[in-house]
Design a protein around this ligand. Structure first.
Ligand SMILES: C[S@@+](CC[C@H](N)C(=O)[O-])C[C@H]1O[C@@H](n2cnc3c(N)ncnc32)[C@H](O)[C@@H]1O
Length: 221
């Protein structure tokens, strides 16, 4: 058999995703398929690739174990295309009032809103265009702040200093040096922990992926 043309290939992948969405009864897969159709960007593939999904699934499961699922008002910083927000909102183990997905790149907004279409209409997913260094976290009064983009911050301690004491935090970094925008990679979990010293540590671990290791801490500021 010869190779498929690009339109036929797209048709085939679309059929597979539609079938999976029926089999798993998953609005998440439906939203991903529709978003891929509307915003065919390489970056969207990166945001949903195996390493990213492994890292996010690790986060979701570890967060469930440490919180028993009661999350309330959640802020996801550097939320990119809203993948983590979607995974949390579609996970029925969690009790979530609302997720605010924050990003400094305005081009993320339309993609994140599409990927979270199931939860935009009921107001449980919102996108906020902002620099996380500029947010006033005291009046925002989040129950949980997630920052999986610590490797992207030139001055991570300055951001950390703005987070109110006692706030529940989930943070990830990695040792994936040499990638554009990765200005704050670390060499070890100990180095990461020193950048964001928690008052109460609930979880700390590392996940070896094919090209790099991801580090995560969960606890109270
Ligand atoms: C490549 S993405 C996500 C990387 C992260 N390791 C993850 O998997 O979630 C990093 C995101 O952080 C955003 N970002 C970087 N600096 C930021 C800042 N100061 N405030 C808000 N968003 C920021 C970027 O625009 C980008 O969408």
């Amino acid at each position: 058999m010869g190779r498929l043309s690009t339109p036929d290939l797209e048709h085939m992948y679309s059929d597979i995703l539609k079938g999976l969405s029926v089999h798993f009864d998953s609005l998440l897969i439906t939203d991903i398929l529709e978003t891929a159709r509307r915003f065919p960007r390489l970056q969207l593939g990166y945001a949903l690739n195996r390493n990213q999904m492994t890292s996010k699934t690790w986060l979701v499961d570890s967060l469930y174990q440490t919180s028993q699922g009661r999350l309330g008002r959640v802020c996801v910083l550097g939320g990119w295309y809203g993948v983590l927000g979607a995974l949390l909102l579609h996970d029925h183990r969690f009790d979530i009032e609302r997720i605010e997905s924050v990003d400094i790149d305005p081009s993320c907004e339309e993609v994140a809103l599409s990927l979270n279409r199931s939860h935009v209409d009921d107001g449980r997913f919102v996108f906020r265009f902002a620099d996380m260094h500029e947010i006033d976290y005291v009046p925002a009064d989040y129950d949980l702040i997630v920052n999986t983009s610590c490797e992207h911050l030139g001055d991570l301690p300055a951001w950390y200093a703005k987070v109110p004491e006692g706030t529940l935090l989930v943070m990830q970094s990695n040792n994936y040096f040499g990638i554009e925008g990765h200005v704050n990679c670390v060499n070890s979990l100990a180095e990461f922990k020193a950048q964001v010293p928690l008052a109460e540590e609930l979880f700390a671990g590392e996940l070896a992926l094919k090209k790099y290791t991801r580090y995560m801490v969960i606890g109270r500021r």
